[in-house]
Design a protein around this ligand. Structure first.
Ligand code: GAR
Length: 204
């Protein structure tokens, strides 16, 4: 396989700075991959504009058009299969994926989360880290399994939490690291440096 044949689907819901980091790494030749499709549940996601600027195909799948979450996930799976991607990257995708979807793409979905998992899964985690008084937080790239913000950890980066931090300053410090480790984690998978076996990361 040509390395640029490694195809990604990127799922987004908002701002899209992690999507941008992936696009930039590809454009700069640091990551041999291609984004085949960007999919969102939010038609106002700034991420869509980022994709369009780089002539990447974008699709809005409207949650209101499906009777329930399971049907939505099935439509999402169908859309992804149309593009025969190698890896599904959640980049600020704020819908929880159902068990059926996760089973269908077992070992082929990764996520970035703004904490040092397993600490602080869920939402508003930068504020939670400040409130808890931790001295370090960071970000985690992990394979997605059926639990939320869990699954085998691929890469993490730690940042200090300063006494005068607020959610915005800590978010920004963590985000800078997200933009480094997410493309690097994709690269590790694209270049076959790691794989998932029996729920564990194996280094090849
Ligand atoms: C990022 O901080 C990402 O880690 C987080 O959403 C933000 C999206 O920013 N994801 C989660 O919290 C998933 N549980 P972006 O749209 O600018 O990439």
């Amino acid at each position: 396989m040509e390395s640029t044949d490694f195809k990604l689907a990127v799922l987004v819901s908002g701002r899209g700075t992690n999507l941008q980091a992936i696009i930039d790494h590809i454009d700069q030749g640091k990551l041999n991959a291609r984004i085949a499709i960007i999919i969102t549940n939010n038609p106002r996601a700034q991420a869509l504009e980022r994709g369009r600027k780089h002539a990447i195909k974008t699709t809005f799948l409207d949650p209101d058009r499906y009777p329930d979450k399971a049907e939505y996930d099935r439509a999402l799976a169908t859309k992804i299969k149309e593009h025969s991607v190698d890896l599904i990257c959640l980049a600020g995708y704020m819908r929880i994926l159902g068990k059926e979807f996760v089973r269908t793409f077992k070992g082929e979905i990764i996520n970035i989360h703004p904490s040092l998992l397993p600490a602080f899964p869920g939402l508003n985690v930068q504020q939670k880290a400040i409130d808890r008084g931790v001295k370090f937080s960071g970000c985690t790239v992990h394979f997605v399994d059926e639990a939320v913000d869990a699954g085998p950890i691929i890469l993490q980066a730690a940042v200090p939490v300063h006494a005068d931090d607020n959610a915005e300053t800590l978010t920004q410090r963590i985000l800078e690291q997200e933009h480094i480790i997410y493309p690097n984690a994709i690269k590790m998978i694209a270049e076959n440096h790691i794989k998932l076996a029996d729920g564990k990361i194996v280094t090849l």
